[in-house]
Design a protein around this ligand. Structure first.
Ligand code: SAJ
Length: 436
């Protein structure tokens, strides 16, 4: 108890020094949210380029405007650094590093290891460590805790430890850090209490749960829920095609049910940094416990097969026009992983483009948010959406429904449109338009 009271008091009085390890789309907004509430925050970042930008007050994160960063810097509340020795000056250390999957689909914890070792090597009595990185169940207790216990440090006495999943949705204008409930699970009761008290300063609602593992699994349920429901409608799209039904009409009508239904929408697959990866973290862990999460795995395989299904549908449309995929000129419209974002990480549109190229099609793309992409190391430059390009394409394939694109113009000038995202929904029926 000797370390709990002073730390709790420093948190309550907002004199506790917060350290955020990893200043990406999760860490930077979190750091500045603590600054906004008057905490002094040390932001630890290994990237020299990111550090240089931060020190100049130039944000690289969608939801953080430069002036907000400049204000926190100017008030002396936020200090970006790569001097990890200064972790010893922090009462709280929040780890917000990435947890990618390796090519073999198992979790790459190297970033969590590295960050935790930096913290462990500078630990002093009375610090609270919180992991926010989305990871497999047990990471906090089985990986982070032992590293922090090195040298005989005792959990709940010398240090405190919790897990709190990030719920940052870049570009979401309605839900932000402050108004999104924050789940918190401690490795022991005092850790839960301290983490709840800390986050209680920056969020409207803290949701304490019974353990770090519970908090880890809450996050994985949230995103597995999305992945399996997206897979359901992706399968429904294939069912409707065979029944000669419009899946978009079916979903739209089902969505009128005011209870017990939540619409999801089919597409050429799933992309981004969360939904393709998070369910795999759970699957990987359960397999080590000799349990096969068949439902989650089936969803992953259905979603993963959508790029190929989309290409097969494009080939079917061209075939009806006596055109082979091989040699056809295909313009892909929208490559970002979701509408109105510049992020194209793991975007299914890239898989579609590569599959089309492999089938011999002459592929180009246009995306107002993404000037160029790399697919397996090969650089693709985006094309201008000229009248000539639209007219000369054998098929325009809409993969991401950016709001800024003029789909009426696309339909007017193109001879054939394959719409994988129902972007042309409000343009009505056209003999040129085929939908997923
Ligand atoms: N997708 C579909 N059909 C859908 C919904 C999504 O095909 O009905 C596709 C998207 O096109 C995209 C992928 O799935 O390629 C992921 O889309 P997403 O809407 O889930 O967006 P993300 O990846 O940005 O997910 C994040 C997650 N946020 C966090 O993990 C903190 C997720 O939990 C959020 O629910 C989601 O944002 C959101 O609602 O925007």
């Amino acid at each position: 108890m000797k370390a709990f009271a002073p730390l709790s008091q420093r948190i309550r009085q907002k004199t506790a020094r917060v350290g955020v390890l990893g200043l990406g789309y999760v860490g930077l907004p979190l750091a500045l949210e603590f600054c906004r509430k008057g905490f002094r925050v040390l932001g630890f970042e290994v990237s020299p380029a990111r550090l240089a930008r931060l020190r100049r007050g130039r944000s690289y994160v969608l939801d953080i405007a430069d002036d907000r960063l400049e204000e926190a810097l100017g008030l002396g509340l936020f200090e970006p650094t790569d001097k990890f020795d200064r972790l010893s000056a922090c009462d709280i250390i929040i780890i917000c590093v990435q947890t990618p999957l390796r090519k073999t689909r198992d979790p790459d914890l190297s970033h969590i290891f590295a960050a935790t070792k930096e913290a462990a090597s500078r630990m002093r009595p009375g610090q609270l460590v919180v992991l926010e990185s989305t990871t497999f169940p047990g990471t906090t207790d089985e990986v982070v805790r032992p590293l922090l216990e090195a040298g005989g440090r005792r959990l709940g006495k010398d240090f405190f430890l919790a897990f709190s999943p990030e719920r940052v949705d870049p570009g979401n204008s309605r839900w932000n850090i402050a108004n999104t409930p924050k789940v918190v699970g401690g490795a022991e009761p005092n850790s839960t209490a301290l983490a709840a008290e800390l986050y209680g300063h920056i969020v409207d609602q803290v949701v304490p749960v019974s353990s770090t593992k519970a908090a880890e699994v809450v996050k994985l349920l949230e995103n597995s829920f999305r992945a399996v429901n997206i897979a359901l409608v992706n399968e429904m799209a294939q069912i409707c095609h065979r029944l000669e039904l419009d899946v978009w009409e079916i979903i739209s009508a089902a969505a009128t049910k005011p209870f017990g239904f939540m619409p999801f929408y089919p597409g050429p697959g799933i992309g981004g940094h969360c939904i393709p990866k998070d369910p795999q973290l759970l699957t990987w862990k359960m397999k080590t416990l000799d349990f096969e999460p068949r439902f989650i795995e089936l969803a992953s395989s259905i979603n993963g097969a959508m790029p190929r299904y989309t290409v097969a549908r494009i080939a079917e449309v061209l075939n009806k026009r006596r055109r082979a995929l091989n040699g056809s000129k295909i313009l892909v419209l929208g490559v970002a992983y979701k509408p109105d974002t510049t992020d194209y990480r793991d975007s299914p549109a890239l898989d579609v483009m590569e599959l089309l190229r492999q089938a011999g099609a002459r592929v180009s793309y246009h995306d107002p948010f993404v000037p160029e992409v790399r697919i397996d190391g090969a650089r693709w430059k985006g094309a201008a959406l000229s009248d000539g390009l639209l007219r000369s394409s054998d098929c325009v394939a809409i993969m991401t429904a950016h709001k800024s694109l003029d789909y009426r113009r696309v339909i007017r000038l193109a001879s054939c449109v394959f719409d994988a995202r129902n972007a042309t929904a409000d343009i009505g029926v056209s003999a040129k338009v085929f939908r997923l």
